[in-house]
Design a protein around this ligand. Sequence first.
Ligand code: F0G
Length: 464
Amino acid sequence: MEHFAEPYRIKVVEPINLISREEREQRIREAHFNIFNVKSRHVFIDLLTDSGTGAMSDNQWAGMMLGDEAYAQCANYEHFESTLRDVFGFKYFIPVHQGRVAENLLFSNIVKPGDYIPNNTHFDTTRANTLHKGGYPVDLICSEARDPHSQYPFKGNMDVARLEEFIREKGAAKIPACFLTVTNNSTGGQPVSMANIRATKEVLDKFGIPLYFDAARFAENAYFIQQREAGYKDRTIIDIVREMFSYGDGVLMSAKKDGLVNMGGFIGINDAELEEKITNLMILIEGFRTYGGLAGRDLEAIARGIYEALDPRYLEFRTKQVKLLGEELMKRGVPIIEPTGGHAVFINAGEFLPNIPPSEFPGQSVVIALYREGGIRSCEIGSIMFESKDPTTGKSEYAPYELVRLAVPRRVYTNAHLMHVALCMEKIRDYKDKLVGFDIVHQSKYLRHFTLKLEEKKSVRTSV
Ligand code: F0G
């Protein structure tokens, strides 16, 4: 195993506790087998998300003390805006309290019922916000992403040929925007190459369709371009980031990931008319234009965090740590989406538990087993999250993969914590044929995974 050390030392610690196996059993039952209902203090290693769960630096905490909490035109907004302009290059930057509000504000202004929004792969909130406005989210991921074992270096790419076909089929008038999600969270945190960004933009230009980035993990994407794409190894991360966004007409970002903050986000655009419309709606639902639902100190933390996320030593450690977890799982016979992506390891639960069909949610069986075995919280990214019903036949369409995401918070856990996870999965592997599926007993219309209740099947399936 390659040895590599954190490029920081620990200044503040937060105790965590592994409660007893009996208590874990009680807690998961009380939670109706929905991991979102388990209290944080009953979790030992929390890999539910890398969103808003990172550790801020001493530099960011120092900046928090410089919060200017004026309602209008606070000094931190100036710093926030100049930083974002320097890094992303757009004309207007509108702060919001988190990414999904950016989606809501933009889609409320550009999506009409019956419109289509293509994306390499929508994250669940972009999908839900598109549907909420009467639009159809369309995923046009490249074919390489369909093979979980393919080592293709840019499995987050858009299928550009399919995109062009799709636009010709539906007509550009029905497509108010196209998105690239960097990195592509829902297909394994896989990066998008610069060549693919360029090619996507070229197709969209033919039809006058704007390109937006969903940039939650933009720095990790830029790092992969530097490491994996010909012609970029001698370019700096910030330079790569600037090139990426130079092809865009706008950006939506949840700063809770590569902004290295616990709360925040923004919209970046060039279109003055759209900026005014978004601002008007934003004042209604988020706050004044220069704070957008955040405190002045939060804007300061984002301005500082964005630059820290571009530090190559930080990015090298981070991607190596995620890779380490992936390798330790594979060594133990646990199938994952290969190669490991930027922010998480995705266990291929469909492959791991072939005896549990998508209708019984094999990903959830792994999620619950990890909690029972080691107090680990993970997240199902499979048919619980993405099952859809055909509007005419009512037939279920299941997710293409039944995955479990082990998202690694930034600058929070050591490699020893991640070894605990790998060792728990090794134990689970030895009794995996005894795991059972689940039935949904309660669910909501949108984003059901957050609130649903489940019941565990009584017995092990003998055939699928
Ligand atoms: N876009 C992407 C690619 C995301 O991963 C997320 C959030 C959002 C948008 C929405 O941002 O949470 O600030 O409102 N992803 C989190 C996750 C929740 O766990 O992957 P938000």
